[in-house]
Design a protein around this ligand. Structure first.
Ligand SMILES: C[S@@+](CC[C@H](N)C(=O)[O-])C[C@H]1O[C@@H](n2cnc3c(N)ncnc32)[C@H](O)[C@@H]1O
Length: 231
């Protein structure tokens, strides 16, 4: 993407009322605009969404397609797409604004810092859609289903909160199965290695992100695991 185009998108983000950005990974303050700092930890429902509906995160949301699709079909659930790439978030936030989807917001941060921005038990569910598999074993702790990340999610998910993982990658899939099996506070509720080989068991699996469409074109099998966190 041309640098000028990217800079324009970064500038736009600061004017979007549905995007928050963190510039200091040690500080829970978020920028709501160029000049307005906010602290939404524990206050997303009251201060941003202005309702008491459930809160669902999509981690590594990229262009936010899954959040947008879920938000369209579930208007009484609040969704927040989280990613570090501003130009990708710009695309999702622009569509949400055009469609007046006020039950979707976006948070630009590293997922490693997620605990800074959500209170204990504030989140009902987490979707992880086609995360980078980080295939080298030396990078396994960067996988979003590694034990380090599961411990972070435990801090912000409510008791019995749900995590959904959709991936095409066999290495990440098997790694996730192992991590979930080893984790004392995780219970696997559902696990399929090829969801489209049979009628879908859950309507919410029908949505396809940019990456999922690419994987399907290459005839890759889409895998899905749903787990519950108990405390
Ligand atoms: C392969 S893309 C998938 C995007 C989207 N979920 C989809 O299916 O189209 C992975 C995304 O994860 C984001 N990402 C990876 N590691 C991250 C991290 N630690 N914190 C925030 N974003 C991360 C990248 O910026 C990228 O947009």
């Amino acid at each position: 993407m041309a640098r000028r185009n990217k800079l324009k998108k970064f500038n736009d983000l600061l004017s979007f009322s549905n995007v928050y950005e963190n510039y200091d990974p040690t500080d829970p303050k978020l920028m709501a605009s160029e000049t307005e700092e906010v602290d939404l930890k524990g206050k997303w429902k009251s201060d941003h969404f202005k309702n008491d509906n459930p809160l669902v995160l999509e981690l590594a949301c990229g262009r936010g397609e899954y959040s947008l699709a879920l938000a369209r079909t579930n208007p009484s659930i609040n969704y927040i797409g989280v990613d570090i790439k501003g130009a990708r978030i710009w695309q999702g936030a622009t569509i949400a604004n055009e469609e007046n989807l006020d039950n979707v917001a976006f948070l630009r941060t590293r997922i490693e810092q997620i605990g800074l921005f959500f209170e204990k038990g504030e989140v009902d569910e987490i979707w992880i859609t086609f995360p980078d598999p980080f295939l080298r074993n030396s990078k396994a702790n960067r996988r979003l289903t590694s034990m380090q990340f599961l411990n972070r999610y435990k801090e912000i998910l409510k008791s019995n909160g749900i995590i959904h993982l959709k991936t095409d990658d066999p290495t990440l899939y098997e790694f996730s199965q192992e991590q979930f099996a080893e984790c004392p506070f995780v219970e696997v509720l559902y696990d399929r290695d090829d969801i489209y080989s049979q009628p879908l068991d859950f309507d919410e699996l029908i949505h396809k992100t940019y990456y999922e469409k690419q994987h399907l074109e290459k005839k890759r099998k889409i895998k899905y695991i749903k787990v519950k966190l108990s405390k």
